[in-house]
Design a protein around this ligand. Structure first.
Ligand code: BG6
Length: 302
């Protein structure tokens, strides 16, 4: 059996013969749904998320580029909106490739890779003016039976060097935040964005539990290939490994979520945790003609 792809004007979806599925908006190349073979949704998407291209999607996996948050001190990105323009630009769907699983009885497809592209010519005038660099991004979303891989290739198509940050802002769906623990962030350096001034700390050797607002940028001591695991009620749920993405942001707005216009239900913070793989501490410098690649593999453990 083959992968079933639908490509409408504004979104692309793919369903594996075994039932797993993924749905991506061209707006931001935002992944808005990822379901397992039983139809269970793995990502949190706010009930009030705008899906019409009027603002960045609250949920799923928005892609952050070329700046994480705001960077008033970094001249080249200082005037860009929070988290840059990739999540609010319309991408092109470049096509799909499938692979057959060795373990499949009918030789059917066991994974599908969907490629999306964004370059300077796709940007609106305001973004082009604010960030006048020639670039090419290829974002690949690979859906398999065991999980979802997202990777990005960044290319400098200009004549001189520029710098960027990139991050996969994954909103994981969970049942109850009070039962969640995150491992893989122990004894690691982290920046706490909620302290004034922002502080740098070292995490304890115990796993992370969340019982209030959190906004931290971890540099996991184990490096990118050591998994960060989200467990619920003691059972591993998602395992994240990274390539070239040295940081992991953990964010949950807690009850402040209710004050965001596009966050619903008001107690939705109980059902989500953002664990975001990125290269966001300092800057990645790309010389003219150079490319950089990074990605994450999320394994659906349960
Ligand atoms: C996280 C940041 O990645 O994204 C937080 O660390 C931020 O500081 C959050 O609040 C959501 O950002 P936005 O722009 O989607 O509301």
């Amino acid at each position: 059996a083959q992968v079933n792809i639908t490509h409408a004007n504004s979104r692309v979806s793919a369903v594996l013969p075994t039932g797993e599925s993924v749905e991506i908006l061209l707006y931001g190349a935002t992944i808005v749904s990822w379901k397992d073979a039983t139809g269970k949704e793995k990502l949190f998407l706010s009930q009030k998320a705008a899906l019409d291209g009027s603002k960045a999607v609250r949920g799923g996996i928005p892609l952050v580029f070329p700046v994480f948050g705001k960077a008033p001190d970094h001249a080249a990105t200082a005037t860009l909106p929070q988290h840059g323009f990739a999540r609010t630009s319309r991408w092109e769907f470049l096509g799909k490739s499938t692979s057959e699983g060795s373990g499949t009885t009918d030789g059917g497809d066991s994974s599908v890779k969907l490629d999306f592209g964004l370059s300077q010519s796709n940007l609106d005038e305001a973004s082009k003016e604010a960030w006048p660099y020639a670039f090419g991004l290829i974002y690949s979303v690979t859906l398999g039976r065991e999980g979802l891989m997202t990777s990005v290739v960044v290319r400098n198509e200009g004549e001189s060097a520029w710098e960027f940050q990139v991050l996969m802002h994954t909103y994981f769906r969970i049942n109850d935040i009070s039962k969640v623990s995150v491992s893989g962030l122990e004894t690691s350096s982290y920046i706490d964005k909620l302290t004034t001034p922002i502080s740098t700390n070292t995490s304890p050797s115990s796993t992370l539990s969340i019982s209030s607002k959190i906004d931290r940028v971890y540099t996991p001591a184990g490096g990118p290939s050591a998994p960060v695991v989200i467990a619920e009620a003691g059972k591993p749920k998602f395992s994240i490994t990274r390539d070239n993405l040295n940081e992991v942001v953990v964010w949950n707005p807690w009850t402040d979520g209710a004050s965001m216009a596009d966050f619903a239900p008001a107690d939705g913070y109980r059902n989500m945790i953002c664990v975001e793989a990125g290269a966001v501490k300092g800057w990645q410098k790309l010389e003219a003609g150079e490319t950089w690649e990074g990605g994450q593999i999320v394994t659906d453990v349960v």
